[in-house]
Design a protein around this ligand. Structure first.
Ligand code: GRF
Length: 209
């Protein structure tokens, strides 16, 4: 069994999609948060998954928080740490500690629109296609090797909210697939690229609404 620790900051719908996928060979060891009121924590606790939180505001520095979080995470001996809407910029120390076993989902087709407000920015830029990216995390924000992407159309009457909802459907498809491929050893990093074995589940996902 591979131990997975999932970090969230809020709703936790991606975490729920991963839990509900019941990935063979994977055990969701814990769901942790920087926000003790994150709705996803209650959802996980109801399913008897270990949960815990650490408030980043009670630490003097970004590094002090990350070190305390690392101690909590490492208590579960994770094979994989999953960032599922964890709204924190991570220190290089944190990224290096979990190098090769830390993945994130970002709501844009990277390398476009790193950072926040991706849907507003995609609409503002006149994009006709938007989407999401699962990637390995490196110290540079939203820039690590791409594992999987999901693409959706942008319609003329879209608002950031309607586009976000469409992208979220793609997130819920590709994130559990990426975790399953990692757990089964179907992903390898080569430089800044991910090599997917021929039987990998992650493919180029297109949702045509
Ligand atoms: C998702 O859109 C994810 O891509 C972004 O934050 C959102 C989290 O949603 N990083 P949820 O908490 O998984 O529902």
């Amino acid at each position: 069994m591979k131990n997975i620790v999932i970090l969230i900051s809020g709703r936790g719908s991606n975490m729920q999609a991963i839990v509900e996928a019941q990935i063979p060979g994977a055990r969701i060891a814990a769901v942790l948060s920087n926000n003790e009121t994150a709705a996803g924590l209650a959802w996980a606790a109801e399913r008897n998954i270990a949960t815990d939180s650490l408030n980043h505001k009670s630490f003097d520095s970004r590094l002090a928080f990350d070190e305390a979080m690392m101690r909590k995470i490492d208590a579960y001996q994770p094979d994989l740490v999953v960032l599922a809407g964890f709204m924190r910029i991570l220190t290089p120390e944190f990224c290096r500690h979990y190098e090769g076993r830390l993945i994130n989902i970002h709501p844009s087709l990277l390398p476009a629109f790193t950072g926040l407000h991706t849907h507003e920015r995609a609409i503002e830029a006149g994009c006709r296609i938007a989407g999401c990216t699962v990637h390995f995390v490196t110290p540079e924000l939203d820039c690590g090797p791409v594992i999987a992407q999901g693409a959706v159309p942008v319609f003329d009457n879209d608002t950031a909210d309607t586009l976000a909802a469409r992208v979220l459907e793609a997130e819920h498809l590709i994130f559990p697939q990426a975790v399953a491929d990692f757990v089964a050893g179907r992903l390898k990093i080569s430089g800044n690229r991910v090599i997917r074995s021929p039987d990998a589940t992650v493919q180029n996902t297109r949702l045509l609404a």
